[in-house]
Design a protein around this ligand. Structure first.
Ligand code: SF4
Length: 104
């Protein structure tokens, strides 16, 4: 019984520590700038409403990083990592021409 309690205590502490480290890590990752050369090449905008709809005709209203399959943030996060832009976070309300609708 004592072993079980100890296991639960250690597991809870480990989970809390992992959550904390994850939050700190996300907070330390800089935001992608629209002026970043790769961001410019893919037409990234931190606010999807500002996408150049003439240049990027494939953009459709409602598309944003938060519902893109590449977005690594959780539901409700204001920003999250996108693997296309190594070491940077993108805005949940952003968009770029590599957008791929999240399924499910
Ligand atoms: S690939 Fe998706 S998540 Fe990444 S910046 Fe473009 S729209 Fe946002």
């Amino acid at each position: 019984m004592a072993d079980r309690r100890e296991f639960i205590r250690k597991t809870s502490l480990g989970a809390a520590a992992a959550l904390f480290v994850g939050r700190v890590w996300a907070a330390d990752v800089p935001m992608l700038k629209e002026t970043d050369p790769q961001a410019q090449g893919l037409g990234y905008k931190a606010n999807a409403a500002e996408v150049d709809k003439v240049k990027f005709a494939r953009y459709a209203a409602g598309q944003k990083c938060a519902n893109c399959s590449l977005f690594q943030g959780k539901a409700g996060d204001a920003a999250g990592v996108c693997p296309l832009y190594a070491g940077k976070q993108v805005s949940a309300n952003g968009w770029c021409s590599a957008y791929n609708k999240k399924v499910g």
